[in-house]
Write a protein that binds this ligand. Sequence first.
Ligand SMILES: [Zn+2]
Length: 232
Amino acid sequence: MKKYTCIECGRGAEELYRDFGGGNLKISHCDQCEQVVDKYVEFDPVLVLLDALLHKTQAYRHILLNSDIQFHWRLSVICLLCDAYIKWAQLKSADTTDSQQHQLGFYALEWDFYIMFLLATVELAVFLGCCMLLLRVSREVLFPDVRFSSVVRALLLSSFGKLLVIPAVIWGETNSTVYLGLTRMFVFTCNSLAMRVTLGTRQHVSCGLVAVCLLVQYLISLSLHSLLYTPT
Ligand SMILES: [Zn+2]
């Protein structure tokens, strides 16, 4: 199995560049499509991130297949905090109309933040677990070469769109349905593209896979939320 991937055609490649010594490097070209294997090795990381924001498949291949980025778990903790904050802000907003809840004061709301963080963690675990289950079931037929650790890494890294919550907090738009809906749509398209690149599958297959996982996640989240906050 070849170590790298050509970001243009998605085929395997032996190397990204050849080192002739003395600081002389030569960018490698793909045997199949004859284009540069990975032009992003020469790019500034900010430009790679910009292309990832624009959903360029090449940028995703560079990040997920040709680079050794390993901060996905740290990124996921920050994303969980963003998720928890939005849930907490929405809960707080709903509680302001409930005078009985409002009397519980700030400390009760703070506890709610921890509960929301726990809920966001469970949601992420359900999302990843559902994805692993679907891949395991379809492994024999559709994805014989799948590596689960690569899929988890791809899903966590491609959830960077959740950080768009931070501008919402700054602008005071934490209850904006349109903004939050667009953010979720952006995360969905990023996850789908990341799955397509990692699994080497078609766009509609990866979209369907992510959509099913999100649906299961939503239903479980709804059940847990109603279990925790339904008045008795
Ligand atoms: Zn190629």
